[in-house]
Design a protein around this ligand. Structure first.
Ligand SMILES: Nc1ncnc2c1ncn2[C@@H]1O[C@H](COP(=O)(O)OP(=O)(O)O)[C@@H](O)[C@H]1O
Ligand SMILES: O=C(OP(=O)(O)O)[C@H](O)COP(=O)(O)O
Length: 399
């Protein structure tokens, strides 16, 4: 079934639950470090408010237990600045008070509901029918006339606020969702050879993508950077030293090392590992060739080194399509920003370049990299889609 868009929705006077993805990097004090994802949703929200909608915004921030698992007040304040309409904030997601705030909205007004993941069910994956029976959906569906999903970046999560509402009330794709589906839906016809550059810190997501594109012959090569590369190096038997190994174990990525080893055994000729890495020594960047590892005690691999940047750069430049997800190092620290900045700049030279991910988008903005053919708002979601996987959010909107 075709997905309905805002063109199919009679907005005036209706109360809409609008799921957006404004999961953003935060400062240590909990302020927004980057507002790119908020700005991405301005088009959808402005359109709905201009057309007389009453908008209840649903969104998450961080993961339970993580440093960035915080409330959405800064997001509500920023949306209030970005939009012409008034934007309120409710410190509950589906509490009686939150529902009263929704019911008291006038045409053209919005309220941001509290971080959906403050409720345990929201961080679980459900089939859509079951998601439609969760507390969150059960309490909110009766005060909403329709649901709009604009949260492409979370479309790979089968969580209640993503897949539950379409089983209860009419559902539509927002403008961000619509444009992402248009561009990424056609990726299999992009020019060859195709190079996937996978980095960042969400190792399970990156390994799933690497496995799928290698298995399906979609990727000619997979270049690894960031924590993903560290996991592959460990899988390959490289001694990275205790600091990097401890970091990988602390993230709970023990099993991922075995998984990376299986991938190397099966597709080793198409997976590239860094040939050098950067650590901090005496307060400065210090590069170590892979053959000279481990580093000194306490030194962690924070970026790929210059030889890796050059070798990867040549491959990337000569690619028909480059798909890039995840920073190559701890780009937030200028000392370790080089790999990310230079690889991203080179990627724009490929015939067709696609890039995705929250932190990735923040890095692009910070380094003013221009020239990508498509900058997706999604990381994992974009990559799942690029590999031809069904996205639960999209399936839910179809039904
Ligand atoms: N070698 C590394 N060690 C520790 N953290 C790293 C390393 N390389 C990258 N990172 C971190 O990965 C994070 C981004 O990863 P991720 O969330 O997967 O990206 P995205 O949001 O673009 O998908 C950044 O905060 C960056 O500091
Ligand atoms: O930032 C997100 O994903 P991304 O880092 O893959 O772009 C989304 O907000 C989903 O978050 P999650 O990966 O904690 O479910």
């Amino acid at each position: 079934m075709a997905i309905e868009t805002l063109d199919d929705l009679a907005v005036q006077g209706t109360t809409l639950g609008v799921r957006i993805d404004i999961n953003s990097p935060l400062t240590d004090e909990g302020a927004l470090a980057d507002d790119a994802r908020l700005r991405a949703h301005v088009e959808t929200l402005s359109e709905l408010l201009d057309r007389g909608g009453r908008v209840a915004v649903l969104a998450h921030q961080g993961r339970p237990g993580g440093d960035e698992f915080r409330d959405l007040r800064p997001h509500a304040d920023r949306l209030d600045e970005l939009l012409d309409a008034p934007v309120g904030y409710a410190d509950g997601t589906f509490s009686g008070e939150a529902r009263r705030k929704i019911e008291n909205l006038d045409d053209g007004q919005a309220v941001v509901l509290e971080n959906t993941r403050f409720y345990s069910e929201e961080y679980m994956e459900f089939p859509a029918d079951r998601a439609g029976e969760t507390e969150l959906v059960d309490k909110l569906a009766p005060v909403l006339d329709a649901y709009v999903n604009d949260a492409f970046a979370a479309a790979h999560r089968s969580q209640p606020s993503i897949v539950g509402f379409p089983t209860r009330i009419p559902a539509y794709a927002g403008r961000v969702m619509e444009s992402e589906l248009d561009v990424l839906g056609d990726i299999e016809s992009t020019p060859e050879p195709r190079t996937y550059v996978v980095g960042g810190a969400k190792v399970p997501d990156s390994l799933a993508v690497a496995e799928s594109v290698l298995e399906r012959g979609l990727a000619d090569e997979v270049l690894t950077t960031g924590v993903v590369a560290n996991v592959f190096l460990l899988a390959d038997g490289t001694d990275l030293g205790d600091a990097s190994a401890d970091f990988v174990y602390e993230q709970g990525y023990w099993d991922e090392i075995d998984r990376a080893a299986d991938l190397l055994a099966e597709y080793g000729d198409r997976i590239r590992l860094p040939v050098d890495l950067a650590v901090e020594r005496d307060g400065e960047r210090h590069e170590i060739a892979a053959g000279d590892l481990p580093p000194r005690e306490g030194e962690a691999a924070m970026d790929v080194g210059t030889a890796t940047i050059e070798a990867y750069g040549e491959t990337v430049e000569g690619s028909g399509t480059v798909v890039l997800n995840g920073p190559a190092g701890v780009f937030e620290d200028e000392t370790f920003a080089r790999g990310t900045r230079e690889l991203f700049e080179t990627a724009t030279d490929a015939e067709f370049s696609v890039v995705g991910g929250g932190d990735t988008a923040a890095a692009i903005r910070e380094f003013d990299v221009e020239g990508f053919d498509h900058v997706s708002t999604g990381g994992g979601a974009a990559l799942n889609m690029l590999t031809g996987e069904d996205l639960p959010a999209v399936e839910a909107l179809r039904n």
